[in-house]
Design a protein around this ligand. Sequence first.
Ligand code: EPU
Length: 334
Amino acid sequence: MFSLRGYNTFGIEAEARQFVEISSIDQYVSLRKSGVHADLPHLFLGGGSNVLLTKPQEALVVKISIPGISVLKEDGDFVWLKAGAGVVWDELVQYSVDRAWSGLENLSLIPGTVGAAPMQNIGAYGVEIKDTFESLEALNLQTLEMEIFDAKACAFGYRESFFKRAGKGQYLISSVTFKLSKKPSVKTSYGAIQDVLAAKGITQPSIREVADAVIEIRKSKLPDPKDIGNSGSFFKNPTVSASEAARLIDENPGIPHYPVEGSTDVKFPAGWFIEKAGWKGFRRGDAGVHAKQALVLVNYGEATGGQILALSEEIKKSIKDTFGVSLETEVNIL
Ligand code: EPU
């Protein structure tokens, strides 16, 4: 048995039957061909920043630590930057920001690894990885052949992709390539970024200044997993039909809401509902709702995955009863 406590950002204690760390696809293919642990299901783990472990894992846990950042090609306008699945996401972001290549700066400080990023099309402050995504390489777990996916094949949506739907459990992502811009083009329309830059008197921000603003906002709101266990947003922001949105806006004057690209649906911040229902800062034992961002559930130390899950179910029921809105879990429950 192997403790996974140090391998999930919630800091939950859960044991794995077997554990192996791989630094190349070849290593994994050899393992598969050798037949070792063929009796166990294989569970792939990147940074463990989007999982809630609720039970012992009767599996071979494969920690993906494939390294490497390299420039595939460049021209006057763009650079194609490739990173191994095991690269820490923020290391890739800061690598690109340091070189003034734009596209990833708004995604600064998101916990996790490069290989996990496309699975749920990670996003923050008005940017998603689909915006700069070029392609990825993945091992087909059935044929053990490598396949290349472009953005279309990944079927990205809001915190969604092919790898969470039809392709679930069928691929091991080994690297991701991004197409970044050499021309300074920053996205600061997300309210909080503008406020932070304005407070510093910055009107024409550099890529580094945008990244630093994002880092400042995240640090002020989101708990650092090193201090308090968490997996970022526990729920997705709910998207509802236009008529349902009209009801919510009518019943809750002043509720923030956002249009959904290419649809008449409307997105509402789950954190607003959770806060209004009185859960912000709630704590039971070591399971709680973060005091500065109600969308984030936290482990103050010794909470079990079951306790966090039970709290999340209670919150879902409360939001359904109070507002008639169904919340969907964003974190993978294992
Ligand atoms: N709000 C509240 N109370 C709260 C939290 C939020 O009222 O406790 C309301 C506020 O009105 C605020 C609005 O919600 O204006 C939006 O809040 P925030 O900017 O903090 O963003 P979010 O919608 O709660 C999403 C992402 C985050 C991402 C931020 C910034 C999801 C599920 N979450 O949160 O992503 O960092 O926007 O872009 O879409 C993550 O996925 O793990 C994550 C942290």
